[in-house]
Structure formats: C-alpha cells, structure tokens
Design a protein around this ligand. Structure first.
Ligand code: ATP
Ligand code: MG
Length: 636
C-alpha cells in the first residue's frame, strides 16, 4: 500500500482540480457492496454528498474485509496500567466480540438508524460497542467518560439514544472513578430517556440497577457467544456517528459523519499521511471520546489492517517511560499524541524517553492544539524520531494540514503543522474583504472552499440550519467554510496557526494573536506551558495577561524569585515581539484550566480576569485550576 514517490504539489492540485477522478481512485481502497454512481453531489451547497448510490459498511471495512488475509493478526491491543491488564484480540476474535455485541443490540430492539450512546472508559468493550453499532447501521454517540451528568444529559437529549452502553467505573491515576450514578443522574435530567442501559461490570465500583432498564453485558454476551450478525449495508451517506466538538469556545456542536466518505478518507490517510502499513502497529494515546480516538484508535488503523493499541492510564504512570516501553514491546510504527501530553512529559526526567528501543517508530504525530517550536524541538531531541504536527478539527474527521510523507517526503518546520492536505482547498482569507491572501506571511482566517472533502461533517446533527449558519456565513461575500482559526502561510506553503479567531487581543490598536505571545514566553527555558488572554483595560483597550506553569515549581516558591522570573519572561517577549506584546503580568500557577481533551480554556481565564461569569464549563478538566487564577486576580 506504500504510495510510490510522487510530487505532493501535483497530488494536491489534482485532488482539487480533478476532484472526482482523485477521490474515485481513493475509493478503491475500500470494499463497496454496491458501487456508487456519482463521486460527489454538490447540487445543494454547502452540503456535499459523497459516493452517491454506493452502499458499504464501516465495520465491514474495519474487520470482515481482513478476515481472509489476516485473521490471526493482532487487531486490538488493550493495555491498562490502571488495572494491570494487557490483552490482545486478533481480527478473528475482535470480529466475534463485535458480532456478540451486535446481537445484544438486536435483542434490545436496536435497528438501523437508531442511536446508541456510549459512555465508557477506555476498555475493549467500548470498541466492540462502537463497531457493533455501525455494523447494524445504528448511529453511535460516544461521550467522553470523564464528563459529569450535566454534559452527559445534554448529549442524551440531543441524540435521543434507544440504548446507552456504560460501565461501573473508569480509573485514573490509580483511583476508581464511578460512572453509573452520573449516568443515572443524567438520565433523570434528560428529557429523552433511553429504553435500555447495557452495563459492563468491571468489578471496580458498586452501582444501583434500575429494574426493567439496566441489563448486564456479561450475561447477555453469554447468551450470544456464537452470534453471527451479518453487516447491514447502508447508503454511503448514512450517518455513522455523532460526536461533539470539545467546547473550547462555547456550546459543543454535534458533528454528524457519513459512512462512505469517512471510510474512504480514513483509508486514504493511512498510507498518504501516516505511512501506516497493514500488519504494523498504531498507537494513539487519545481517548475514544474524541475525534482522534474515533479516527485513529478505532477506525483508521483497522481499516488499514493494522493493530491498534488502546491505552487506559496516564503517560507518567508507573513512570514517564510507559508509552515508550509499549512502542518497544509492540514495535509501534505510527504514534499519535497531543502537545498537552508532551508538555506533561517535559516536566519529567528525559532519561525515560531514551530508555527504550524506538527504532520501529516512523513518526510521532501530534495534534489538538498549537505545538510551539520549543516543545517540538524538545520532543524531537528527546526521542530522535520525526515529529509531525497536524492540524484538524472534530468537524473535519482527519487532518487538513500535515506533511504527507507517504506521498512525498518533506521536512517538518517546527511550529508549523505543514501544508494543506490533499482534498482540502485551504484559503487564507482577509477578514475584512473576504478576499484570499496570496502573498506569504500575512495573517488571515483559515477557510476551506467547498465542497468539504470526504470524511468531513455532513451537517450538525438534527440542525442543518446551524450547520450553514455556524460554518458557512462568516467569510464576507462568499460561502466558505471557516475553521475559526487564524493562520499565516510562508513562502514554501507551510501554515502556522496563530490561534482562534476569538483569541485575538487588541492592545492600543495593535492586533496580537495570543499564540504568538505564548510561543515567545515558552521559549524561556524555565517555562513548561503558558496561556495568554486579553483582558479589558481602560487605557489600552486590552492588555495581555499571562499564566505560566514552570518546569520546576521550586523556582517560584519564593515571591522574590517569582518576581525575578516574571521580569525575565517579560524581557523575552520585549526582545522577540516588542514591548507592545509584553503581558501586563506573568503569574505562575501549578496547572492551567483545560478542557477534558487538553485544550487551554482561554475564554474562561479571560472571563475570570474580567470578573465575568466563566460560562459553560461542563467540558473543563480541573475546576481547581480556574480557582487558582481567580485567587490570583482577585482585587486585594
Ligand atoms: P469548540 O469548537 O467546541 O470550541 P474545539 O475547537 O476545541 O471546541 P476540536 O474540534 O477538538 O474542538 O478542536 C479543533 C481545534 O483545535 C482547531 O480548530 C484548532 O483551534 C485546534 N488545533 C487542533 N490541532 C491543532 C494544531 N496542530 N495546531 C494548532 N491548533 C490546533
Ligand atoms: Mg472548534
């Protein structure tokens, strides 16, 4: 499946200029039950319908298709450092488990088009539940297991699932995190109540059972051990799942994914972007509750005939070498993680990263938030493997900026997620005129000319009008998809993401991206991570306010030392960006407020600094982080 060396520029150009020819070829990478008659129907912009008339199935392409050539090869490798479990499922075994789960769904009355909500820790049953749903044409909605009842209730209401799949508990850092009472509360809060709840009992936490509603997974599984559930062939545009965005900038949006376009997009990304070959091992450290988990823990690697590692645990437990020991043990060739995890490792002894044989690893892919240059350099030096920053969104389902080394080898530039990926007609738009920016190094809004390529969101679940008004109306004068991120492009076509369009601050008439200031502060060797927000100021309109985490907390234990470091950091910004960008204060905290997916909640920090209500915080990881900032900025 390795792509022959080609010219990436020509490859990209063809994907836009000969869109149907290009994607028609990529569509050969998957199995079709019924061939499509039209590659892309764009008759109702901005909606795009890919592979019209075709019928396929996501689960078939992830599992059944491989039974002939690789039945005994590892498909799913489950590793939990929380429960000290390691278990490998071959393609044949995974196929059997998924059929059992599909039979359970059927016994509970789930039919094609029904929604199934999965509220689960990172355990194999979660993967079975996802694959089994799409096998029978049901639509899954995975809700991150760390969410509490309020967030869960709103997602239950939005998807109105017939069945919920859950577990007694997750585990984090050695502590049991019970789930069931949160689920029960959420169902009480929700208007649309599921008929049945399938409970996977890990024996970690006691829970109450609701008669007539709750059923036991192990018991039902035992009744369906020999289940054979053929796949339900669905139209290419049949929804495969609903997944909510991270909620960094406000109320999460229910992204609706199709079946055929998504399967093709993932299949194509394996060789072109990830250089992943059948038979190799893929390790994504994400969670099934996020888009990276959907595309690159479950579906992408399996579609590509790879083994995929599903990891329950922290990156630094039992020690910071754990991930790298798995790379050595399972000869991982492709690894995917997030900058937030790298920043966690940065605070640990780098010796752990050098302890293991990483020679199998082709590259480490990082996505989810800006990867600042110093952090990229640090992880690159520590691991000695290529680092590939890639930029995408829950909405796109797969990377829209990256270096496509499977098409043509090209160097990474640290700080940049690379070039526009094939299939994406990315434009930088002048926010005032709506005109594309063609000259290098000028800032604009990152936008995409429709139609969006296969795999991207079809619509917002249940709300076509919100899809159009949210994404397609903000660019003046034309109907283009806005990512709501700022970017610049250099003369070689490499993009740099400067932050979200609502993260720009205006100091005395100068518009500054918070990302630029953060990048500058991060280059100070004492700083592990930092968030910069704009805070209303009577004199200057706005001033920049920085909250930084130091690598070694002892450095700021003494107030005089903290003040000294604050001065040093300000000097760095002065030198690199000029005094106008210098933060009014640099405060030191032990942790930054983040979403559950590890993104810094700048809007919440800003609200707290301005004495406003912090808004919807349901997706926040650690409320104590925001409390720390509140204490610091509270008027004395
Ligand atoms: P919401 O849309 O609900 O506010 P969110 O945008 O954080 O939440 P996601 O879809 O998880 O939800 O995140 C996508 C965003 O993450 C991108 O729009 C961008 O701001 C940021 N991002 C992702 N990858 C990168 C990257 N490699 N470099 C810079 N930013 C990135
Ligand atoms: Mg977003």
């Amino acid at each position: 499946m390795t792509a022959a060396p080609q010219d990436f520029a020509a490859f990209h150009r063809r994907s836009i200029e000969d869109r149907d020819g290009f994607w028609g070829e990529q569509a050969q990478l998957i199995d079709w039950h019924q061939p499509y008659t039209q590659v892309c129907d764009t008759s109702r912009p901005p909606f795009a319908n890919w592979f019209v008339g075709g019928q396929t199935n996501l689960c078939h392409n992830a599992l059944d298709r491989h039974l002939k050539d690789r039945p005994d090869q590892a498909a799913l490798i489950f590793v939990s450092t929380e429960t000290d479990t390691e278990k490998t499922y071959s393609y044949r075994e995974l196929h059997a488990e998924v059929q059992r789960f599909a039979a359970i769904y059927q016994s509970l009355g789930v039919v094609k088009g029904d929604r199934v909500l999965i509220y689960m820790p990172m355990i194999p049953e979660a993967a079975f539940a996802m694959l089994a749903a799409v096998r029978i044409g049901a639509i899954h909605s995975v809700v991150f297991g760390g969410f509490a009842s309020h967030s869960l209730a709103s997602r239950i209401d939005d998807a109105s699932p017939k069945v919920v799949v859950s577990a007694d508990a997750g585990m984090r850092g050695g502590k049991v995190v019970p789930y069931k009472h949160l689920l029960d509360e959420a169902i009480t809060l929700a208007g649309n109540k599921p008929a049945r709840v399938v409970m996977v009992n890990r024996g970690l936490a006691d829970f109450a059972r609701v008669d007539g509603r709750d059923v036991d997974y192990a018991k039902l599984r035992a009744q369906h051990l020999d289940a054979q559930v053929p796949v339900t062939w669905v139209a290419s545009d049949h929804p495969s799942y609903i997944l909510y965005t991270s909620g960094t900038t406000g109320k999460p949006k229910g992204v609706q994914r199709d079946t055929g376009g998504y399967t093709v997009a993932l299949a194509a990304s394996m060789p072109h972007i990830f250089m992943g070959e059948p038979g190799e091992t893929y390790f994504s450290t994400s969670d099934i509750g996020w888009v990276v988990g959907h595309s690159y823990i479950i579906y992408g690697p399996l579609i590509g005939g790879m083994a995929t590692i599903m990891y329950e645990g922290l990156p630094i437990r039992p020690d910071a070498g754990i991930w790298w020991s798995l790379v050595e043990k399972y000869k991982v060739t492709v690894m995917f993680s997030a900058p937030t995890a790298v920043r966690v490792l940065k605070k640990q002894d780098p010796a752990f990263l050098k302890k293991y044989d990483l020679s199998s690893l082709k590259a480490l892919f990082l996505a989810g938030e800006p990867l600042d240059e110093p952090t990229a350099q640090w992880i690159s030096d520590s691991l000695g493997v290529p680092i590939i920053d890639n930029y995408w969104q829950t909405e796109t389902g797969w990377p829209l900026m990256a270096i496509c080394n499977g098409v043509e080898r090209a160097p990474s530039k640290f700080g940049s997620p690379g070039k526009a990926v094939y299939g994406y007609d990315v434009q930088l738009i002048d926010e005032n005129t709506g005109q594309p920016i063609t000259e290098p190094d000028r800032k604009g809004v990152v936008a995409i000319n429709g139609p969006l390529p296969p795999g991207c969101l079809q619509t917002v679940w249940g709300d076509d009008a919100r899809f159009v008004s949210t994404y397609w109306t903000s660019i003046p004068g034309q109907q283009m998809y806005s990512t709501f991120d700022w970017g610049v492009r250099d003369k070689d076509g490499y993009f740099y993401i400067l932050g979200r369009t609502d993260d720009v601050i205006n100091v005395a008439g100068h518009r500054l991206g918070t990302r630029e200031i953060e990048e500058s502060i991060s280059s100070h060797p004492a700083i592990a991570e930092v968030a910069v927000v704009g805070v209303a100021d009577q004199l200057k309109g706005q001033v920049a306010m920085a909250f930084a985490v130091v690598k070694d907390a002892a450095r700021v234990a003494d107030p005089a030392d903290a003040l000294k470091l604050e001065g040093e950091v300000m000097k760095v910004v002065d030198d690199q960006l000029g005094a106008v960008a210098r933060p009014a204060r640099v405060r030191f905290v032990t942790v930054l407020p983040k979403t559950r997916s590890g993104k810094v909640l700048r809007r919440a920090i800003q609200a707290v600094c301005e004495g406003r209500d912090a808004g919807d915080l349901t997706t926040m990881e650690d409320p104590a982080a925001l409390a720390q900032i509140k204490d610091l900025v509270r008027p004395a």
